[in-house]
Structure formats: C-alpha cells, structure tokens
Design a protein around this ligand. Sequence first.
Ligand SMILES: N[C@@H](CCC(=O)N[C@@H](CS)C(=O)NCC(=O)O)C(=O)O
Length: 231
Amino acid sequence: MPREPTLATATRRTPSNVTLYGLPRSVYTRIVRLTLEEKAVPYQVEEVDIFGPDGVPAAHTRRHPFGRIPVLTHGELSIYETAAICRYVDEAFPGPSLQPPTPSGRARMAQVIGLLDSYAYRPMVWGVFVQRVRIPTTGGSTDESLVAKSLKGSRVALAALSALVGDFPFLAGTTLSLADLHAYPILRYFALTPEGQVAIAEHRAVAEWMARLGTRASAERTVTQYEQTAS
Ligand SMILES: N[C@@H](CCC(=O)N[C@@H](CS)C(=O)NCC(=O)O)C(=O)O
C-alpha cells in the first residue's frame, strides 16, 4: 500500500498540492525544503528510501529515470533535478525572489550552484561526511584514503566559494538566493566532521556565512538527525 504523505511541519495541517519525494536526511531534499520554507509554500514530504535493501522503489523510477531524490510534484506537474525544482518554486510562488535582479548576480548564483554540484557535493558529503560520520554509526569502518583524497577536493571547492562570497553577506551578493540554499546543506554536513570544521574555520567569510544561514527559520525547520546528534 502506498504510504500517506507526512506533513513536513507540525503547524501545517492543510494538505497541499505540493509534494516533495525524498528523505529528510538527504542533502538535495533539504535544498528544496529550504526553498519551500523560504517561500512559505505549504508542502508535504513523502519519504522514498532509495538507499534501502531493495534499491529504488519502482514507483520512484517512474518519477525519476535516474532513481535519485528529490522529485517535486505540484498538481499534475512533476519535476526532478534540484536546481530546476528550486527555480520553479521561486518563480511559481509568491514571496521574496530568491534570484538576484541583475544578469551578473544570476550568473554568480548559477556559477555557485554548478560548482557545488560538480566539485563540492561528492567530496564533502560522500567522501568526508559519510565516511567520517554516517558509516561509523552503521558499524562500518572509514576509508581513510578516500577521506584524505576528498578533503583535498573539498578544500579547493571551499576556497572557490570563499573567493566568490568575498565581503558579501550571501553567495550571490547582498540578498539570500538559491545559491545559499543549495550550499548550506552540503557545507553543514561537511562541518559536522573534524576535518570540515578546521577547513571552514580557515575561511572567515564562509564561516560567517554559515552562521548567518544557520540562524534562519528555514534551516531550523529542516534540521537533520545528524545535526541533532552533534548538538
Ligand atoms: N542531480 C541531482 C542529484 C540528486 C542526488 O544525487 N541526490 C542524492 C541524495 S542527496 C541521491 O539520490 N543519491 C543516490 C545515488 O547517488 O544513487 C539533483 O540535482 O537533484
């Protein structure tokens, strides 16, 4: 039997026609949740465990040909690929725009999102965080050579983000944008590791940006099990 969607926040009692298929602990699911929260869009999360012993559920493969999470549906519309989902949410719903008003600002935003997807997510999340935090909690042992290799890549990505943020409060300039929401869940997991903490502390602008993002209600409402354990 299909599972009933679970309401994402206890305060939201009215079923919404926006459903996010994913997992609360997933980085990319959280990116979309942050966007929905910032736009104050009512939504529900339907959990899809693509990492279970049976692999990706068949129903989910029909939603996402590559079997990844998340997928967002809005009425009859179904979208996969996080950057596309977030841009849709920003443009389809009222509320403050999460895209800079100028072409250069939007280019910067797209540059940061591309950088994160291509060069930060794998080393920071899978190479360092999963190896250092998640695997030990499930009884496995950390692959130290993968951590060391991934740390090098993570540091390059961190330095690039640091150069881009410069003296601005947000990654694409003076206001919050989709770039910040894309970056936060990735860097937050990286920061839960001793190596990540040290690396981030070396980039004052990034450390301050993280603290700024972490106090937003959207970050607090989407906090993951790993942050709760760490605090
Ligand atoms: N390009 C995809 C990436 C999504 C992605 O990699 N999601 C992770 C969970 S955070 C996943 O589904 N991983 C499963 C896998 O790597 O097989 C997007 O932007 O949505």
